[in-house]
Design a protein around this ligand. Structure first.
Ligand SMILES: [Zn+2]
Length: 508
């Protein structure tokens, strides 16, 4: 079965920061977990290149916008590679295929009667690139962009008849309670819908953007163009069979600030174009530092590549999943990252692998041959696969991280309770020793296999040391419940997977 997963595409007016990294990494964990379950995954990421502020960023540096965007693509891909993101498609909204998709999409909506010419004036936030209603401003400022003064703009524009879709959307929200998650986000959107929708302007008089198919003077408003990337990425307007295969998207992962665009405007656009709606939209929280959101405009500069270089990309990925419930904000703390790296990964997981493999060598000659199929610990590990899969379905990434760590804790407790070093002194208890070490090795292996989506490099290495082969790219969890370690192959010894991490030096 196929699974089409997307992240929001990023404005490339500055380098990727921890906030964007949070979204890509967490979506990547879901993509990898779905592949492990044997699903045929298409994972879309990309850059949103038609914003006015991107054109400005380029011109300030004396560059053509497209040259700047090319440079930023390389920078973004480099960061996502460093963070082990396994996207299948990287879309750029300046690509020809995307322009063609946007123009086809607009033409369809106009042919069905929901695009018309009108004029609009109001407060415009250049940070959001959106008109704001007076009640959306706090002391005259956009709450997301307190440092930017909104401008009063009047434009003759093409409009999308969004108002028409209030009732159909309310009906869709009623019939599909899972459509927008977490639930409190869905409730916000339903309340917003109940207040009524106004038509929205979808064109701009600028030089940078997708040309309107039926008005050569106009460019498509960047938000309207950007949302369509999800259809472009599935083959819309290019390959009908491909689009049939991949659309509708199974899951859009987006930030909480743009959940409304994705939960209201995007489905309205799809309804207007006669296309099926995505199955689910999940709004994640922000990464906050010292009370402020980590983003380009807040002035917080934490380069996720620097963090990954210090603690390892796997460790950063684990922290981002484990530290906060997915959907809530994550309060970033260097100290907590280092504490978790050392407690959960160096001490609990890394040390478990080291002492298990070394004891299996010391006491059993390297192999775990005992038949442990009746062990309650084996049943616990099999049940953990079900629990992790349910957590993946619920986007409960904190549980996806913590459930395998329960197996780690159980294995460490088992070693402490059974004291294999004492069993080894009594030849009459040889079988008991072989049995408990096989149980411990099994728990270690199962925890590692379940943590592969979060920590693909280091858990790939753990699985390889224990089985002789790297986990396959697809389908590893399909038989994981009943699969054990090979009985005739010695576990491989190796250096610690998670050396202890030092405190992160502050920059001042
Ligand atoms: Zn704003």
């Amino acid at each position: 079965m196929r699974f089409y997963l997307t992240t929001a595409i990023d404005y490339c007016n500055g380098k990727p920061h921890l906030g964007t990294a949070y979204e890509k990494v967490t979506a990547d964990v879901l993509a990898r977990a779905m592949r492990a379950r044997g699903r045929d995954v298409r994972f879309l990421m990309g850059n949103d290149e038609h914003a006015i502020k991107i054109e400005q960023a380029a011109r300030e540096r004396g560059l053509e916008p497209i040259v700047w965007c090319d440079q930023m693509e390389a920078l973004f891909r480099d960061t996502w590679d460093a963070l082990l993101c396994s996207y299948d498609v990287f879309i750029r909204t300046t690509e020809k295929r995307h322009h063609a998709a946007v123009q086809e999409f607009l033409t369809r909506i106009r042919d069905r009667g929901d695009i018309y010419l009108g004029s609009y004036e109001g407060w415009f936030c250049t940070g959001c690139e959106a008109f704001k209603k007076p009640e959306e401003l706090t002391d005259g400022k956009c709450p997301e962009h307190a440092t930017i003064d909104p401008k009063w703009l009047k434009e003759d524009n093409w409009f999308f008849r969004l108002s028409k879709y209030r009732d159909p959307l309310l009906a869709h929200f009623r019939e599909h309670p899972e459509f927008v998650q977490p639930d409190f986000r869905r409730n916000e959107l339903v309340a917003f819908l109940e207040r009524g929708l106004e038509d929205v302007s979808i064109s701009r008089r600028t030089t940078w953007g997708v040309p309107f198919p039926f008005d050569l003077e106009a460019k498509v408003y960047v938000w309207f163009d950007a949302l369509i990337n999800y259809a472009t990425g599935a083959g819309f307007a290019a390959d009908a069979a491909e689009f049939d295969r991949w659309w509708p998207a199974d899951l859009h992962i987006v930030g909480k600030d743009i959940t409304r665009f994705h939960g209201i405007q995007w489905p309205a656009m799809l309804l207007a174009a006669g296309l099926p709606l995505p199955k689910r939209i999940f709004g994640h929280g922000y990464v906050n530092s010292l009370g402020g959101r980590m983003s380009k405009s807040s002035g917080t500069k934490v380069d996720p590549k620097d963090i990954a270089a210090h603690v390892s990309a796997d460790t950063l990925r684990y922290y981002l999943c484990r530290e906060a419930a997915y959907g809530a904000d994550l309060e970033w703390s260097d100290e907590r990252l280092v504490a978790r790296a050392n407690a959960d990964l160096a001490n609990a997981l890394g040390n478990l692998l080291s002492r298990t493999t070394s004891m299996v060598h010391k006491y059993l000659g390297g192999c775990v041959a005992a038949d442990i199929s009746g062990s309650p610990l084996v049943a616990m590990a099999a049940a953990a696969v079900d629990r992790v899969e349910a957590a993946v379905d619920a986007c409960a990434l904190q549980d996806v991280a913590s459930i395998p760590m329960e197996l780690v804790a159980a294995a460490n407790a088992h070693i402490d309770a059974k004291a294999p070093w004492a069993l080894a002194k009594d030849p009459a208890r040889k079988d008991e020793l072989a049995y408990m070490l096989a149980e411990t090795a099994h728990l270690t292996y199962m925890a590692g296999a379940l943590l592969v989506p979060i920590m693909p490099a280091k858990m790939g290495e753990l699985v390889r040391r224990m089985t002789g082969v790297e986990p396959p790219k697809s389908g590893d969890w399909v038989t994981l419940r009943t699969r054990g370690l090979p009985k005739d192959r010695p576990l491989e010894l190796g250096p610690p997977l998670f050396p202890r991490v030092d405190a992160i030096a502050s920059e001042n």
